[in-house]
Design a protein around this ligand. Structure first.
Ligand code: PLP
Length: 443
């Protein structure tokens, strides 16, 4: 692997790019750039390999620059660059929708394409509203999210999301939104996998239904495993109970599977893994292995038919994006799903989960570690914050790891790990060993 002929950090003008979710001032004072990637590694601008402990940003599940995906994109780019998805189409979007429908939990076989997880969340919320209205229940407009939930950054997703720092700047947002408590209440530290049942959590939904009236509530949206808030697996039975309550009261259940989909937990979806089928399931990231932006929403046949078959002639759902089902993304998505199947990567993820769990929990005695959580090939390692300086310690660990050849992700004082599903056992040990070493040298 070589870095190739790229400008050095010193030669680049970093001022124009207003970077997303970034401390722009400190990044630009001390930039860290990648220039290439292959399989489990990035290459930094100075030519150093960096082991990928976070699948890019929870998205490169099959590893980087995999030949079948690269070739599919290359070939498609030379054949047709764009076709409008409004009142026209191209075969690959239909093919990809069919492949996805096969992968989704039974019944979620109507696929709407977006370009990101954020767009998927907002699309799902609008679908829920349209569904109720189409059935003559237009009074169901209330949306219920969860504290510490993350559903992207558009207005709907920000509103139902519950990471306080992501909401504070942006005013009142969408009206009529309520939040359940997050699932990480009175945790037993160092729990392996899903924590013990906590009936009070789902019971909160009953209280909200009593408060607002079921006939005002359109949907409940949750991540099956909260990812961005620091890997919070759901207590045993929690998702099942949400499903029972929503079904009982005619409320739609939306699973945001932007992180948990495509083998992260072992099965194709968390819905499959937990045996709970929502009404709508959102995805993005691993759909194209991160290679071309794309998201999708899988809706139940009942929702699709209510909105589409029940509408007067004409456009049934006035929603969509110029790049919905973009041909380059569709080509990447088809190649990605084939690669997952050819290499049986979801089963590989499941088979590595035990080794992963043991490895990450070996960090229990490392300095500053106050909790470790894991599920599938995900882990959250929580550090004690420095007094009055939340996030500083983890940020330092992130920078040291990067400088020493390991990419991790940190949020507040939590290290979040989610390697590509092709990771080897030796590389799992390397990730954990590197973090332990860095923690020993961090005050
Ligand atoms: N939903 C969840 C659960 C996510 O984790 C993310 C991103 O991490 C999103 C939505 C937003 O996805 P995007 O950044 O592609 O808009």
């Amino acid at each position: 692997m070589t870095a190739g002929a790229v400008p050095t950090e010193a030669e680049l003008d970093l001022s124009a790019f207003w970077m997303p979710f970034t401390d722009n001032r400190s990044f630009k004072a001390n930039p860290r750039l990648f220039v290439s990637a292959k399989d489990m590694h990035y290459v930094a601008v100075d030519g150093r390999p960096v082991l990928d402990g976070s699948a890019g940003l929870w998205c490169v599940n099959a590893g980087h620059c995999r030949a079948p995906i690269v070739e599919a994109i290359r070939e498609q780019a030379g054949e047709m660059d764009f076709a409008t998805p409004f009142q026209l189409g191209h075969p690959k979007a239909f093919e990809l929708a069919s492949r996805l429908a096969e992968l989704m939990p039974v019944g979620l076989d109507r696929i709407f394409f977006t370009n990101s997880g954020s767009e998927s969340a907002d699309t799902a919320l609008k679908m829920a509203l349209a569904y109720h209205r189409a059935r003559g229940e237009g009074g169901r407009t209330r949306l219920i999210g969860r504290a510490r939930g993350y559903h992207g950054v558009n207005f709907g997703g920000t509103s139902v999301g519950g990471i306080t720092g992501n909401r504070r700047l942006f005013g009142a947002q969408v009206w009529g939104v309520d939040h359940l408590s997050h699932t990480h209440q009175r945790p037993t530290p160092f729990t392996r996998g899903a924590p013990a049942p906590n009936d009070g959590l789902a019971a909160e939904l009953e209280a909200r239904i009593a408060l607002h009236g079921a006939d005002t509530i359109a949907a409940v949206i949750v991540e099956p495993v909260a990812g961005s808030a620091g890997v919070l697996p759901p207590p045993v039975g929690y998702l099942q109970r949400l499903r029972e309550l929503t079904a009982q009261h005619g409320i739609l259940l939306i699973f945001d599977e932007v992180i948990s989909g495509f083998g992260r937990l072992g099965a194709a979806t968390a819905a499959d893994q937990f045996g709970v089928v929502p009404d709508i399931l959102t995805m993005a990231k691993g759909l194209t292995n991160g290679a071309v932006p794309m998201g999708a929403v899988a809706a139940s046949r009942a929702i699709h038919d209510a909105v589409v078959e029940g509408a007067p002639a004409g456009i049934e759902f006035p929603h969509g994006y110029t790049y919905s089902g973009h041909v380059l993304a569709a080509a990447a998505g088809l190649a990605t799903l084939k690669l997952y199947a050819d290499e049986d990567l979801f089963a590989r993820s499941a088979s590595l989960a035990g080794k992963w769990e043991d490895a990450v929990h070996s960090l229990r005695e490392a300095p500053h570690v106050v909790d470790i959580r894991n599920i599938g090939l995900m882990a959250g390692i929580e550090l004690a914050p420095r007094p009055g300086r939340t996030g500083e310690r983890a940020r330092e660990v992130f920078h040291r790891c990067f400088d020493e050849g390991l990419l991790i992700r940190v949020t507040a004082d939590i290290i979040a790990l989610s390697p590509p599903l092709i990771i080897s056992e030796a590389q799992i040990d390397e990730i954990v060993g590197r973090i332990a070493d860095v923690l020993r040298r961090t005050h």
